[in-house]
Structures are given as structure tokens and as C-alpha cells.
Write a protein that binds this ligand. Structure first.
Ligand code: SF4
Length: 435
């Protein structure tokens, strides 16, 4: 499979084909309507495809160096990727030149969150630079061991909104169904670091799934179930299908969603067999956790293409992280790149105050600055909703830069994306409408 390719559409050079200028093409707005209907040479798009190699030379070189006995087929096998995850300082130290800080974090007091990185994602890490964005998201540092003021194991009070293990029921018509505590790769800023990667109460099993399903079945107001964890796509196809089938047997469950980071850290998991199974359970939506534009590789593009081609709407969720994606340019590249692989940027989260997260958290002003730097400068499809998941269980609260400047003579004063102020003749409030 080493030579397998992904195909991307490429624009035909301008002037080759003839078409009718329509309102979607560039034109002078003073041009008359008759001129607009004149056939002229315009650029158009044809099925001209340019192959993009799936296993880029970096991944291939990494495999040959650190997994010399692995075949290209094994590298593409998600079970092989899971079996060969990097889970200890010695193995990671052979692949990356670890800083003292990183080495100390992994050798000293155990963090509450285990270490695990798929070989695929490890191949994207910079061996020389501990400050590289992707490396910082998955390699522990000593900062994780310092608890700052306001931090808590369960800052969102999910346990308090959990009527049965694995269910978090906070909003009126939907709930979270945590179906596994496992992930293929552990993010160092994980909101559920209290439970992921551990055994015990959070080792979810079919007994707990049955209790969760019984709760959902007994609550007709639940029309929308979000499977999360942990990462539901680390379950076997059969386990996942069992859950989807049982959910589809509950008449009031209209929408099923899956939250996952698998297309980013383990894209090999998105097999034709998986998407063939998933498409039997529509309407099914998937939210993909993406942190940085460098994660949008050809492998991830292929995984998202397979899901999108199966009719699964894809959205992204991104945590705002200091020194990783907290600038407009990085976030612009991420959201525009996501659209190019058919993923709609959905939420930008303020980082939750879990223990040892202070080095990841930014001021809220930074998030607002990023939204202001996106809105108007790129399509609205690319602009996620910036939210704080309120500590204490308040749910997601959206935050927007201030665009309304006030009122003058009954007009609303509005500042646009360029900073210019415009007036809108707002309608006066009416007590009642007389017919
Ligand atoms: S993939 Fe999600 S659940 Fe798993 S460690 Fe990362 S943030 Fe946590």
C-alpha cells in the first residue's frame, strides 16, 4: 500500500473552456445584465487530479528507522498502530531527544494521565524541538505536576451530572455517553484526564453500557446522544456497531454523534469496513478533535474523505492552547485546512482548568483576538464558536468579540471586521402588534 495515493481536485488553467458568467464569478457590479449573460472564457473546474502520496517520506523514514521489521501494510493497520504505541520514556527517548524537563516528567512522579502515542503520530513529532506544537500536546512536562488555583480533577462537574456511570446528562435534549476510557494517544490537556487511560470505575464495560442504554431508553426527552470517552473509535467495529444498533432501537433517539481524535492520531482506523458500518446508522455526525494545522496530513485527509463520502457530516473541536495554536495565523491555517478536508470548524474551547494545565491556558482575551482575526477575513464556515465550558457544570457559554458599539439617534452602531463603524436603523421595540 506504500504507493497508494489520495486524489485532490485541481483547477483547470483559466481560459480553456467557455461558460456563462454568473453571479458567483468575479465581475464589475456596474456591468449591465446583458453583459453578464454574454458567453466568455472563464476559469472552471474539471476532474483534473493530482496525486498526493499517502505515506510521506517522513513517515516512511520514521518507520524504517524505528520499526525496521514493520511492513508498509502493518504500518497501515490500526491494530498494529495500537499494539506498538509508545508508552515509556525509554522508547520515546530513542525517538526524540528528550529535554531534561520531559525526561524528568516521565521518570519522576507519575502523572495522572498515562503516556501513549501512536507510531503514526510520533512520526509527526520534531525529534529536536521540545517546543514543537504537536510534541507539546502529547509529551508530558513537569508543569503537569503543579496544581494551580482554580484547577480541579473534574472542573465541569461531570460526575455530579452523571445519573449512572458513563452518562453525563446536563442539557435538556441530549447527553454524553462515555463508552470507553481508552484513547490511542493521550492529550496532555485532556478534560477527562481523571478517567481516561485508567482502570477501575472508569473501565467501561457492557454492564455499564446496558445501564447507560436503559437510562437513555427511560428518558424520552433525549433526542441526541454523543458517544465519547475516551475515544469511541478505539472500540472494535463489532462493539461500536452493538452500541449504535441498540441506540437506534430507542425510538426517541434521533441523532447520534461521535467525538473522536482518531482521524488525527490514528487515521488508519478509518477503514472502508468501518465507514460501511457507520453509514447504516444515519443520521450520524462526527466531531473531530484537531489542535494544529500540521496534523492535517494526507493520511488524515484520506480518513476524513472516507467519512465524508459516507455522508457523515464532520465538525471539528479545538482546544485553545498557549504556544501551540494561540495565534491568528496558526488558527487560520487550521480552520481553512479543515474546510479543505471537508470538516467544518465547530467549537474553539477555552482550555479547561484541570490539574497541571496552567502552562496550556491562555487569557480569554487571546481567544477573542483570534475570533476577531478570523471573522470577516475568511469564510464564516471556517469560524468556530468560541466557548468556555463553565466550571461547576454551567455548560458551554459562547464568547464573541464586541461588534455592537452602542446606539445613536435610534440607530445601532456596529463595528465591522475592518474596524469601521456603520449605522443600522434598528426598529423600535413594540409592546404589541395590532392587527
Ligand atoms: S483524545 Fe480526547 S479523551 Fe482522549 S486524551 Fe485526547 S482529549 Fe482526552
Amino acid at each position: 500500500m506504500e504507493s497508494e495515493t489520495l486524489f485532490v481536485e485541481e483547477a483547470e488553467p483559466p481560459g480553456r473552456l467557455t461558460g456563462i458568467v454568473g453571479p458567483t464569478q468575479h465581475h464589475d457590479f456596474n456591468t449591465s445584465l446583458s453583459t453578464l449573460c454574454t458567453p466568455v472564457a472563464v476559469p472552471t473546474t474539471r476532474s483534473v487530479f493530482k496525486p498526493v502520496p499517502l505515506n510521506d517520506s517522513r513517515s516512511r523514514a520514521f518507520r524504517k528507522r524505528f520499526f525496521p521489521n514493520a511492513t508498509p501494510k502493518e504500518w497501515q493497520d490500526w491494530h498494529w498502530q495500537l499494539r506498538n504505541r509508545i508508552r515509556d520514556v525509554e522508547t520515546l527517548g530513542a525517538m526524540l531527544r528528550l529535554s531534561e524537563d520531559e525526561r524528568h516528567a516521565m521518570s519522576g512522579q507519575a502523572s495522572s494521565l498515562p503516556l501513549a502515542i501512536t507510531p503514526y503520530y510520533a512520526s509527526l513529532l520534531d525529534p529536536w524541538n521540545p517546543k514543537q506544537a504537536l510534541r507539546r500536546t502529547v509529551v508530558p512536562t513537569v508543569h503537569e505536576q503543579f496544581r494551580s488555583s482554580g484547577e480541579a480533577d473534574d472542573p465541569l462537574h461531570e460526575e455530579q451530572d452523571s445519573p449512572v456511570p458513563g452518562i453525563v446528562h446536563r442539557y435538556p435534549d441530549r447527553l454524553l455517553f462515555l463508552v470507553t476510557g481508552n484513547c490511542s494517544t493521550y492529550c496532555r490537556y485532556c478534560t477527562r484526564s481523571r478517567m481516561v487511560g485508567h482502570q477501575g470505575n472508569h473501565c467501561l464495560n457492557t454492564d455499564q453500557w446496558e445501564r447507560g442504554l436503559a437510562y437513555i431508553a427511560a428518558h424520552p426527552e433525549v433526542r441526541d446522544v454523543l458517544l465519547s470517552g475516551g475515544d469511541p473509535l478505539t472500540l472494535a467495529d463489532e462493539q461500536l456497531e452493538w452500541l449504535l444498533l441498540r441506540l437506534r432501537q430507542i425510538p426517541h433517539v434521533q441523532l447520534i454523534r461521535i467525538g473522536t481524535k482518531v482521524p488525527i492520531v490514528l487515521p488508519q482506523r478509518i477503514t472502508p469496513a468501518l465507514v460501511k458500518m457507520l453509514k447504516r446508522y444515519h443520521p450520524l455526525w462526527i466531531s473531530i478533535h484537531a489542535a494544529h494545522p500540521d496534523e492535517l496530513t494526507a493520511e488524515t485527509a484520506r480518513a476524513c474523505t472516507r467519512l465524508a463520502d459516507a455522508g457523515i457530516p464532520l465538525g471539528s473541536q479545538t482546544v485553545l492552547l498557549a504556544g501551540i495554536n494561540d495565534d491568528v495565523e496558526t488558527m487560520r491555517r487550521l480552520v481553512q485546512g479543515l474546510l479543505m478536508i471537508r470538516v467544518k470548524p465547530y467549537y474553539l474551547y477555552q482550555c479547561d482548568p484541570i490539574p497541571g494545565s496552567s502552562h496550556f491556558r491562555t487569557p480569554v482575551a487571546k481567544g477573542l483576538e483570534i475570533i476577531r482575526g478570523l471573522r470577516g477575513f475568511t469564510t464564516g464556515y471556517a469560524v468556530p464558536t468560541y466557548v468556555i465550558d463553565a466550571p461547576g457544570g454551567g455548560g458551554k457559554i459562547p464568547l464573541l468579540p464586541e461588534y455592537a458599539e452602542g446606539r445613536e439617534d435610534g440607530d445601532l452602531l456596529l463595528r465591522n471586521y475592518e474596524g469601521r463603524v456603520f449605522r443600522y436603523p434598528d426598529a423600535p421595540a413594540r409592546e404589541s402588534v395590532i392587527h
